[in-house]
Design a protein around this ligand. Structure first.
Ligand SMILES: Nc1ncnc2c1ncn2[C@@H]1O[C@H](COP(=O)(O)OP(=O)(O)OP(=O)(O)O)[C@@H](O)[C@H]1O
Length: 422
């Protein structure tokens, strides 16, 4: 059993929201506000000083957060904007003090948080490498030994003797990551910053992080909004919600939970006017929450009610992607449907091998009589669902704009044959 390298107990961070100036409509009011401001601000500061008191100007960015990370573990940290992810990483990197709680870290920490943190702008790239190495407790000889590798990985060798203040944000991130990953910290903390770099560099960074965790036993904490990157790099993740841990578990489960929370999906349609036509439609996705995992069967349930028996009904389901394209030919009922039990009826559509690739889809339902003479109802945007592909590993990453669908296929040469089934 590997040893615990990070132990966090009841960690909380309280921010005091700025003491704002009062707005004035008139000059006289402005003078009065200026006169009163010091007294009011003093009162607010005093009330904030009382730790136990809740107040609208107090904001808890983290509240009672406890968890442990073992050596060599790669922990993904995900959550909506403002959930407290960066605050947690800043506290662990000793950039910010917690308000209360305890942290035990058994190793040297290298962090890549905001673009450019950890660099002195007036120093050159090379000087900054030495400065960072020294802070991490490395000798000059040890840094000398790593120097070429760091410069090479960063891809900024042309500018390595230029002060960092002249670097673009992408160049700073490249060098920042390279320094953090190569200077052999026991704990590597990486925030969203990698998103600044181009796709090729991001891929290279993910590969390097995998390498340092698997082959060198380093521990990594990784924050990202890119679920594909989290999926690829981590097997365990933590979901933060309003400063609290809402779940810790396998990355697959945590991403599923997160997606369900952030995606506003209308996967049920209910018609309050039940006099004639469709009364209810539901898209039953593989997760049951409007999120559908690529490749699994998709089901649609439709209920209808008419004022009397209704014979020879025809239905068509049309699937529209988020760019407004109809992605497959509308699926039309071939045989007549008769709803003769006072016009109450139900039909299920099952798509066994849907090919919709990641993204959001909505469904339009057309209803008419079989002869096509009578149009009964068209329900645009009746239900929607989102297709997720995080569970499918890809060396390239999935890109919504790259394709409309994904196809299973077979490769054959003289001495090799294999099938990729999606
Ligand atoms: N210096 C600060 N002063 C006041 N409030 C702050 C400060 N820093 C962060 N906060 C607040 O604390 C909460 C958590 O912020 P944090 O940046 O940790 O969230 P996050 O999960 O990293 O969000 P994002 O995904 O947008 O980066 C937010 O409500 C934020 O407004």
């Amino acid at each position: 059993m590997s040893k615990t390298i990070i132990k966090v107990e009841n960690l909380s961070k309280r921010y005091r929201i700025g003491l704002q100036e009062k707005k004035a409509d008139t000059f006289a009011q402005q003078l009065w506000n200026n006169f009163k401001a010091p007294v009011e601000n003093f009162k607010r500061i005093k009330s904030l000083g009382k730790f136990q008191e809740e107040n609208e100007s107090v904001h808890w960015a983290l509240r009672d957060v406890s968890f442990e990370v073992k050596q060599g573990e790669v922990l993904g940290i995900i959550g909506k904007n403002g959930a407290g992810k960066s605050t947690l990483l800043k506290i662990l990197s000793k950039i910010t003090e917690p308000t209360s709680g305890r942290i035990e870290m058994n190793g040297r920490v290298a962090a890549l948080l905001e673009v450019g943190t950890g660099f002195h702008p007036e120093l050159t790239g090379r000087e900054n490498i030495y400065m960072n190495g020294t802070i991490l407790g490395m000798t000059k000889k040890e840094i000398d030994h790593k120097l070429d590798e760091i410069i090479d990985f960063s891809g900024v060798e042309k500018y390595i003797d230029t002060p960092v203040k002249f670097y673009s944000s992408g160049m700073r991130v490249r060098l920042g990551f390279s320094v953090a990953a190569h200077l052999e910290p026991e704990i590597l903390i990486i925030d969203e910053v990698l998103a600044v770099g181009d796709a090729e560099f991001q891929k290279k960074c993910l590969g390097k992080m995998k390498d340092v965790s698997q082959n060198e036993g380093r521990t990594i904490l990784f924050v990202s909004h890119d679920m594909n990157a989290v999926y690829k790099l981590t097997s365990k993740s933590m979901l933060l919600d309003q400063g609290k841990i809402s779940a810790i578990g396998t990355t697959e489960d945590i991403i599923r939970k997160y997606r369900t929370e952030v995606t506003q999906i209308q996967n049920q349609y209910f018609n309050p006017d039940q006099s004639n036509g469709v009364t209810f439609i539901e898209v039953i996705t593989s997760t049951g929450t409007g999120i559908h995992e690529f490749g699994k069967p998709l089901k649609i349930n439709l209920k209808a009610k008419f004022t009397s028996d209704f014979k020879n009904v025809a239905l068509a389901f049309q699937f529209i992607d988020e760019f407004g394209h109809s992605v497959i030919n509308p699926l039309v009922t071939q045989d007549k449907i008769n709803w003769v039990n006072n016009g109450i009826g139900e039909i299920k559509l099952i798509i066994p091998y849907p090919r919709f690739i990641l993204g959001k889809y909505s469904m339009t339902v057309h209803m008419g009589d079989k002869a096509g003479k009578q149009h009964i109802q068209t329900l645009e945007n009746a239900c929607s669902f989102e297709v997720a592909m995080d569970h499918l590993h890809s060396d390239y990453g999935w890109n919504r704009s790259a394709a409309f669908y994904l196809e299973s296929h077979i490769w054959e040469t003289e001495n090799l044959k294999y099938e990729s089934v999606y």
